[in-house]
Structures are given as structure tokens and as C-alpha cells.
Design a protein around this ligand. Sequence first.
Ligand code: UDX
Ligand code: ADP
Length: 464
Amino acid sequence: MSTIKNICCIGAGYVGGPTMSVIAQKNPNINVTVVDLNTQRIADWNDSDLNNLPIYEPGLDAVVGEARGRNLFFSTDVDQAIADAEMIFISVNTPTKTYGSGKGMAADLKYVELCARQIAKIATTDKIVVEKSTLPVKTAQAIKSILENTGNGVNFQILSNPEFLAEGTAMTDLESPDRVLIGGDQTKEGQQAIQKLVDVYAAWVAPERILTTNIWSSELSKLTANAFLAQRVSSINAMSELCEATGADVNEVSKAIGMDSRIGPKFLKASVGFGGSCFQKDILNLVYISKSLGLETVAQYWEQVIIMNAHQRSRFAKNIVKTLYNTVSGKKIAFLGWAFKKDTNDTRESAAIYVADQLIDEQAEIHVFDPKVKASQMYSDLGYLQSRSEAENSAALTVENDPYTAVKGAHAIAVLTEWDEFNTYDWQTIYDNMNKPAFVFDGRNILDADKLAKIGFQYQAVGK
Ligand code: UDX
Ligand code: ADP
């Protein structure tokens, strides 16, 4: 196979879109075509106004602006892009299964399988197929089997190249990654394929940061990295409950342990709970794989990380009810933030969804302000839980375009996302317009406790 001139990426989501934009920006000689079945999504990626890209990610607009139309293309013509490419990334969603065996735990691979079948049908020349989506260990084997048994006799090499970008910082993560991981077959052809992908990244990533492994190690490393990160958050959240019960301050504990160079300071911020499309899904996946292999103790060990996270969200909601004199029925509660973290419009598994659901069960009236999340997304998130009808959710949750309107007349404010702008608000005006006593429940530990207390707020943060 000659060097790569055309790359196709199937899936124009939070992973495929930003990753391919950077690959195209750094490799002006390679044509990169990102395809998706979702015509609206592709139209948004092609929107002449870069403010309308389907994903909000700081710095993404500039990179798309530079490369789009030059060597970066967004299209719905999946077949053509597959036919033209020497290298195909699969970057489609792999949600947790909602049916059948492994329901609620295993990854649903139907979208990945469809991609593999599509590639097998269309390809008439040799292809390198790269797994970019987070997938259970041994998925590469399944893709290989589909390609080899249903294909047109062409030669396929499968690589695993998990993406480690975090949302909100995707562009800097892609620009200077801690490492790029590429797994492939240990055969001569496998090694050649690995080298071709190494060459793509070598356009901007230092060679010592590009790790090559066998395919199973690569697949498992991604799940392991996310499990370790999530475990740190659940560990500090477990300590936050202990801090609240003992008078210790979780921020001080965090700082003290984080200065131990063996522990390090990152991912030790107590919060209302982690969200995002990866942590829960990947751990559930790990639990499922472990159970399938009969490794019960390993499965239970990792399952606790998820149990702790659900406990943290629920504890946060319960504390609001308890503090507001054991009833929130008919009370207005303002949410600042709905996204699962700052600087993204992604809401998948956001703690805000679960806290809202629990408070709506207690008949609270929720008013939400988030700088980037659309109202339709919030209602769809609540609808997904299937706790009540669409009409009931619409009646219980109001989406506000302005934070000051959201908090006006509220009994309490709950901070669910750590958006920087929340600190710049005029908190005196907010206080003046709220029901008294005015409560703030800071689920992200971001507000200035002393300042708010001086104004007169009853302020509570997680772990204090
Ligand atoms: C994660 C991994 O970091 C990334 O490498 C992988 O590719 C995808 O999954 P992401 O989900 O985008 O990235 O965000 P991340 O920054 O890891 O945060 C996940 C959740 O944990 C967020 O809800 C965040 O608010 C929460 N969190 C993180 C905490 O509550 N405390 C912390 O100290 C860190
Ligand atoms: P991620 O966070 O992993 O990027 P997203 O849900 O944001 O996940 O994006 C995945 C994208 O993959 C979606 O836009 C979806 O429409 C697309 N997709 C899923 N299956 C296919 C397929 N068979 N062909 C093309 N696009 C697909």
C-alpha cells in the first residue's frame, strides 16, 4: 500500500469532528472526508457561519475555518468516501445497550457493525480500518471477521487508535496529546499499517509520544484510563461525604493529598458527580467484560465507582430537599448549568439531569440556565429517563435564556456545571431578587463562599 492520501471518517460527532479537523489541519496533503448519516449534522458542519457548528468546543471554529474546503470535507455520501479512502476511521457512537443480553452494561456495537458491513460492501481496494470509538476489548476481531468474510477479497488491516481527548479542552488535547496510542497486528502487514497511521500523527506529535502496542492492549488501555480517572473522582466524592460528617474540608484534603507526587493533583475535585459519554459507559463495559469472563471480584470492584457516583448525585438532591425544610413542592429552584462540564454543549450523563429528575419527583419547579445547551436538548435528556410524560416534564422544567431571570424569586440555586461566567455574576442583585432565606448549593465548589456568606446567602458546597 502506498502512503495515505485520502482519509474517511465515519461519524461526525464529538470525537470524529474535532479529531479529523486537526488531522486535516496538520496534514494539508491528505484529503479528510468526515461522513455521517445525519444530514442536519453534516449541514451544520458545512454552515458558512462557524458559530453554527454542531459541537461547541473552544478553538474548533478556527481549525475548521482553516481546513474546510481545502482538504477537510463533511459529507453524507458515505459510500463515495469509503471508496476513495485508503484509511477509514470508525468514529460512531457506542452507547450502553438498552435491550437484550448485557442490557444496561455492554456496549451496543450495532453502529460499528453497520459500518464494518458498509466498508465490506463498498471497498474494492485495500483499506486500513481504524477503530476510534471506545470499544470493548476484542471488537477489532469482530470487525476483522465481518470484513474478511463479507468483503470483495480486498486486504484489510484493523488498527485500534483510541481517542483520549476530553471535551471542553479537545483542541488543546489534540494539538499536544500526552500520548497517541496505536494498536495493530504483530504481522508485517500489521506493522506497515501502524506505521502509516504513525506518519499521519507524526506531522505534529513528537515520536516519543506515539505508542504502538498490540491491538488488545490498545483497546483495553482506553477503558482502563477512563476507569482510573472516574475512580479518582468517585474516591474524592466518597471522602466528601466523610468530610461533611466530620467537619473536614474536602478541598483541603484534596490539596494535601494531591501534593504527594505519587498521587498528583488532577481529577481530585469533589463534585455532584461525573458525567459525560465515556466514564459510566466504559466502566459498565469493563464490568460486563469482567463478569463475562467470570471475574466477579474485579467486576464488583469497578462497579462501586458507578454506584458511588449515583449516590453522590442523589445525596446532592436529597440535601436540597432536607435543607429547604423537607419540602420543595411548588418551590422554584434555579439550576446554573446543565452540561456535564464547562466549555461544552454536551449533556450526556450530566449530573444535572438526575438531580432535576429527583427534584421534579418532589414537585419542585426547576428553572435552568446554561450558556450553551439548547432547551430541546434538556427536554430530550429528561425524556430519555422515561420518568414522566413530555407534558409533565415541560410543566416542571423551564429553560431560561438569562441567568438573572432563572434565579428571580427562587428559593435556592443549584450549581451543576462549573462555567467560569457564574463567578462573574452580580451576586448581590441575585440575592436581592430571591426568596429568603436564599440558598446556594454549589455542586462544583466554584463560588466564593466568603463573598456569598457576606451577602447573606446560606451557602453549601460539596464536601464542606
Ligand atoms: C473523559 C476522559 O478524560 C478522556 O480522556 C476520554 O477521552 C473521554 O472521557 P470527558 O468525559 O470529556 O473526558 O471529560 P472529563 O474532563 O474527564 O470529565 C468527566 C466528568 O468528571 C465531568 O463531569 C467532570 O465534571 C467530572 N470531574 C472531573 C469531576 O467531578 N472532578 C474532577 O476532578 C474531574
Ligand atoms: P462520539 O462522542 O463518540 O463522537 P456522537 O454521538 O457525538 O459520538 O457521534 C457519533 C456520530 O456517528 C453521530 O453523528 C451518528 O449519526 C454517526 N453514525 C452512527 N452510525 C453511523 C453510520 N453507520 N454511518 C455514518 N454515521 C453514523
